[in-house]
Design a protein around this ligand. Structure first.
Ligand SMILES: *Cc1c(COP(=O)(O)O)cnc(C)c1O
Ligand code: SF4
Length: 323
């Protein structure tokens, strides 16, 4: 019998079923895994080309010695989210939208994650049946979109998501639910009947923003999960981060955009790397990112070019930095 998504998630979080080639990889660093644990969900195992030491998926998920380096100018909270937190786990930084930290964990620990130092135990929106967040949203009539982020919100049970949407259903000013998740691609089994059923009955507009950095992540399983989400009524978008050695060429990013489009997903944002401590080896400088983005524009129709953005503390929106 195949395992449930809950079992798969638990195994990923406890580092139980990682194949030998990952544990025994010559670049695997125990010290790096101690700083930010080694978590990778099963759909990604087969997507890694074991013969390629530069594999773009491996690089995103393998703890390596470079992470133990402290680099001046890199920070624990590069986007200053701690400043913008209104109630525990709720960030109201941009007009009309609130972002809820819906979970402290993910099905993969991306080594470059800008939340790797985030104080999740303090900031966690589902606490007390989401009560503080629901009260805040009710009291602010200008909020029309609720964004579930994290961590990965799809690590939550569907019943937990249901609790939130049931409480928000009578709140007329909330029109749209948006989910930021990497899970449809890395743990596709999570997109199960229960989740799809809950999704279909929502009276809200539904948006899911995936996080795919390289076309190799779009496995057959991922594509099947994406198709189900589309059929359940989600508008599907993607955000990527420019990462050195993973996707820092226009050709690789163009392939990603085309493959996303084939799967029914439109590119949304391409993020300039946030200067998060212990991940400086992924950094592509801004001028280089801008050049890559310019080349990307010359390769693709406009609707397949993601916006190149960065997060500037105190700004009212993500800042476009394209040339
Ligand atoms: C990125 C982000 C959003 C969403 O911004 P969009 O431009 O609408 O995608 C909302 N709140 C916070 C705190 C964010 O970081
Ligand atoms: S899925 Fe997102 S939040 Fe989770 S580790 Fe990766 S980048 Fe960070």
């Amino acid at each position: 019998m195949s395992s449930t998504w809950q079992q798969q998630l638990k195994q990923a979080l406890n580092n139980q079923k990682h194949p030998d080639f990952l544990h025994q990889h010559p670049q695997h660093s125990t010290a790096a895994a101690a700083l930010f644990s080694h978590v990778i969900a099963p759909d990604m195992f087969d997507a890694i080309d074991q013969k390629n030491p530069q594999d773009p998926i491996l690089k995103q998920f393998l703890p390596v010695a470079d992470e133990t380096i402290n680099t001046p100018g890199f920070h624990a909270d590069p986007v200053d989210d701690n400043q913008a937190t209104q109630v525990a786990g709720l960030i109201h930084k941009y007009h009309g939208r609130v972002l809820l930290i819906a979970s402290g964990s993910c099905a993969v620990n991306c080594r470059y994650c800008f939340r790797r130092h985030f104080p999740y135990t303090k900031s966690y929106a589902p606490r007390n049946n989401w009560r503080a967040s629901i009260e805040y949203i009710k009291a602010h009539k200008d909020i029309h979109e609720v964004i579930l982020s994290g961590g990965d919100p799809l690590t939550l049970e569907t019943t937990k998501l249901q609790q939130l949407t049931a409480a928000l259903a009578p709140v007329e000013h909330v029109k749209t639910l948006r989910i930021h998740s990497r899970i449809p691609v890395v743990l596709s089994q999570r997109i199960d009947q229960e989740f799809l059923h809950w999704s279909r009955q929502l009276k809200l507009n539904k948006v899911m923003v995936l996080h795919v950095n390289h076309a190799n992540e779009l496995t057959n399983k991922a594509q099947a999960a994406i198709t189900k989400l589309k059929q359940a009524g989600y508008t599907l978008l993607n955000q990527s981060v420019i990462l050195k050695g993973v996707n820092d060429t226009a050709t690789v990013l163009a392939q990603l955009s085309q493959q996303l489009f084939e799967s029914g997903v439109l590119p949304y944002y391409l993020h300039q790397f946030d200067q998060v401590q212990n991940a400086a080896h992924f950094m592509v400088d801004e001028a280089t990112s801008q050049k890559i983005h310019q080349d990307l524009q010359s390769l693709l129709p406009g609707y397949l070019v993601p916006k190149l953005v960065k997060e500037v503390a105190g700004e009212k929106n993500k800042t476009q930095i394209s040339l």
